[in-house]
Design a protein around this ligand. Structure first.
Ligand code: SAM
Length: 338
């Protein structure tokens, strides 16, 4: 066995240079994927956690160069769901058997933190875990949302290469994004972050830095997304992110953070019709089906042709690889407490 993979499997640490060596070496990919799969099995088991995604607003004040719902994309048909619509979708998710709902939106300050807190406390009357993914807010705001009942928060760092971050996110503040993540952790959220793979100018070295950042934060969830260029953005002529590389970054992350939750991301499935299964066999243990209704879903186009989930098909495919849908909420912290 490759000595670095062996070290990562047993010690769950690697230096930046060692991670870089793994990322550079194309000959070890299958061994890396298999090792991440076995560590996944050992630490988090064969169950796959489903998180029902509700995309409740596509208004966004940010201008991320890659994102289809960026503020300056005037072609977007903007929408905001009402509190009642969001709660109704969460009820449907609960009735269907989901154990977690994820409320995601652009950075939309039309939802005051008090409004969000009310929505959260209403949804938490159901037996559901609740994840937020609403972007950067203050410590105080995150605190109010946590006290209202939110359990988890997703906020990708996108890249830890500060210069690249500043190029990709005009007027955004890299230090503030980091501050948000450490505040979320401090407040007791199960905190998810992650990065994009394939940003123009991104180096393998910076990806190694991203993985070390996940470890430094002790992130509870990591989502790795290959870039998929959106035709109405400044990155329209960029190339798709490399799926194999995205799987490698994910697999190394599993080896270094063995008990966390890792989604097989929609972007992976969008690039390859078997992308989710490939990810589930390379370290992932979560899938996030979108339960927003079709008329709304098509307006939340961060990139084109987003893959969907067919529940029955998914159940069958999971059965074929010896995996099954979980019926618990899949908290990392509860696993650790056992
Ligand atoms: N506003 C929230 C935030 O900033 O975390 C959540 C919504 S944001 C649209 C969700 C994620 O979509 C981002 O973290 C980004 O990584 C991903 N994303 C946006 N555009 C993408 C693209 N063209 N290809 C792949 N992923 C993309």
């Amino acid at each position: 066995m490759n000595t670095l993979i062996e070290k990562a499997k047993s010690e769950h640490t690697l230096s930046k240079d060692e991670i870089l060596q793994l990322l550079q070496d194309e000959t070890i990919n299958q061994e890396l994927f298999k090792s991440a799969d076995s560590i996944r099995k050992e630490f988090v088991g064969d169950e796959v956690h489903l998180r029902a995604l509700i995309e409740f607003s596509n208004f966004c004040h940010c201008n991320c160069l890659y994102c289809g719902i960026r503020a300056e994309n005037s072609f977007v048909d903007r929408y905001r769901l009402s509190a009642e619509q969001i709660i109704q979708l969460a009820r449907q998710a609960y009735d269907f058997g989901y154990k977690t709902v994820v409320l995601q939106s652009g950075e939309d300050f039309a939802y005051k933190v008090e409004d969000l807190a009310q929505i959260i406390s209403e949804i938490k009357k159901l037996d559901l875990a609740l994840t937020l993914s609403i972007g950067e807010r203050s410590f105080e705001e995150y605190k109010i949302l946590k006290e209202a009942g939110a359990d988890r928060f997703l906020l990708r760092i996108e890249t830890t290469d500060k210069d690249l971050y500043m190029k990709m996110h005009p007027k955004a503040d890299f230090e503030n994004r980091k501050r948000c993540l450490f505040d979320l952790k401090k407040l007791g959220y199960e905190t998810g972050t992650g990065c994009l793979i394939g940003l123009p100018g991104q180096s393998l070295e910076s990806l190694a830095g991203d993985i070390l950042f996940f470890k430094e934060l002790d992130s509870d969830m990591i989502g790795i997304g290959p870039l998929i260029p959106h035709p109405q953005t400044p990155l329209k002529n960029a190339e798709n992110g490399n799926l194999e590389l995205a799987l490698k970054v994910m697999a190394i992350t599993r080896l270094l953070l063995p008990d966390i939750n890792i989604p097989a991301t929609t972007a992976m499935e969008t690039l390859n019709p078997n992308g989710r299964i490939m990810a589930l066999q390379s370290g992932a243990n979560v899938i996030m089906p979108n339960i927003t209704t079709e008329d709304i879903r098509c307006k939340y186009e961060i990139y084109p042709n987003k893959a969907t989930v067919n529940y029955k098909e998914l159940e069958d495919k999971l059965g074929q690889i010896g995996r099954k849908i979980s019926h618990n909420k899949g908290y990392r912290n509860l696993r650790r407490a056992l």
